[in-house]
Design a protein around this ligand. Sequence first.
Ligand SMILES: *Cc1c(COP(=O)(O)O)cnc(C)c1O
Length: 390
Amino acid sequence: MTIDIQKARQDTPGCEDVLHFNNAGAALMPKIVRDTVVNHLEREMMIGGYESANEARDRTQAVYTSIATLIGAQSNEISLMTSASHAWVQAFYAIPFQAGDKILTARAEYAANYIAFLQVAEQYGVEIIPVPSDEYGQLSVTALGELIDDRVKLIAMTHVPTNGGLINPAEAVGAIARQHDILYLLDACQSVGQLLVDVNKIGCDMMSVTGRKYLRGPRGTGFLYVKEDRIPQLIPPTLDLHSAEWTDVTTYEMKNDGRRFEKWESSIANRLGLGAAVDYALAWGMEEISERVITLASELRTKLSSIPTVTVQDIGQNQCGIVTFQVDGQDENEIKATLAQQRMNVTVSGRSSTRLDMEARDLEHIVRASVHYYNTTEEIDRFCTAIETL
Ligand SMILES: *Cc1c(COP(=O)(O)O)cnc(C)c1O
């Protein structure tokens, strides 16, 4: 089955208004997501916040099941979060670090994650070791294997970085983590929703994802996956009456499922909206989505490369829907502004969001054009014409 593009675009009112190549920032929501959020807010207004939450209980529970289906997990392994960063920190700071522990990471690691590494390095005397990249620019699996010793507490890697088409070899990393029984935290913020991501195939213990990017959910949503048998050893930095139960005046018990990492208060409307976005993606099929995203991005790279003034900056053996480039003599932020005047959305990735990678490649800023399955060849051509005539 292939994706019915006309229907996908009809479901996406924003398509009529803008050429949206900022799907790695926040993709355009399909109508069903907006309707789901708004309908629930309407119920909150009409019957009360607690009462409407009760009314939506089964549908809220179904969000966990939908997410579990999407990533090949069980619903008790899912925690609903307000962002990918929220998901990531809840998992990361739950790891009992000790002086001398090592964290192995990749060169394309996201700034927020690296800042957290630096913080625990400072607090506990943990050592951060960025694994070298291979000739394609992805994490070198061989180098990773050579760096493993009994002090390695965690392998934390970004699957698809914020600043380019690279897809890191998540599955090969998982095989090494499993072989040595090392905790493996995958930042899948940019991959879930555009690529097939199966936690069992990958072999990660923890995975963080956002709602607003390739999943096309509302802002202020995300989720965490923690493998069932890893939950008992992870102690969240903060607890409340939802993540734990006050069992006696002097005792409490943490939950043994994904709720351990959540907080009680949440936007039910946003959670339902995230569920609607996941169901909508599943209805198209992740294989179909992925195939089209990769094809469109590769078409965009090829066409951009044929413009003499353009340098495509993507690295990696396998590449995804994120396309990055520079144009000779043009400031990246000005390119973005000029395109915006023509109703074309892109963004600019700066050095400090993925410092190790950007410094290694001597890049300060790059334009990021990220496509989704609802984009078209006509849009790619229009975009390339705009770049050519800058
Ligand atoms: C966007 C991004 C994040 C952060 O996601 P939020 O939902 O904004 O917290 C984390 N990691 C990567 C690789 C990202 O691109």
